[in-house]
Design a protein around this ligand. Structure first.
Ligand code: HEC
Length: 110
């Protein structure tokens, strides 16, 4: 028969794995902001090739749909050409958190 401690330890390990999986699937807003500024912004300020794009350019639902479709530049390119899957998830987390209909709309300095 298993001791109480064995059962408790197993439960703890499972809980830890579940919380790790959740944090990986959510993405990091702080990292996303960094990647957006570093990778997207150079083309997305007024006067540059992509035109002005900020978190305010879309609603939360629109950003989710855009990142999930994964197409860029009028559907001609894949977003995955710019950043890894995890980095795009971080960017999505940042954009959604500050979208036009979010509780904290933000222009990200542009
Ligand atoms: C090398 C330059 C470049 C980079 C880097 C870049 N973009 Fe773009 N982006 C463009 C161009 C060019 C367009 C098309 C603009 C137009 O003619 O309407 C575009 C269009 C867009 C659009 C409008 C919808 C569409 O797909 O046409 C969004 C939103 C967008 N980019 C988001 C991003 C995000 C998010 C990143 C960073 C992951 C990014 N862009 C990085 C050049 C760039």
């Amino acid at each position: 028969m298993k001791s109480f401690f064995q059962v408790a330890a197993a439960g703890l390990a499972l809980g830890l794995m579940a919380s790790l999986a959740v944090s990986a699937a959510q993405g990091s807003e702080t990292k996303g902001k960094y990647y957006f500024k570093k990778t997207c912004k150079p083309c997305h300020v007024e006067g540059k090739a992509g035109g002005l794009v900020t978190p305010l350019s879309k609603t939360q639902a629109q950003w989710k749909a855009y990142l999930q479709a994964g197409k860029h530049n009028k559907g001609k390119e894949a977003l995955s050409a710019l950043l890894s899957e995890q980095q795009l998830l971080d960017v999505q987390t940042f954009l959604v958190a500050h979208a036009s209909d979010s509780p904290q709309p933000e222009t990200c300095g542009g």
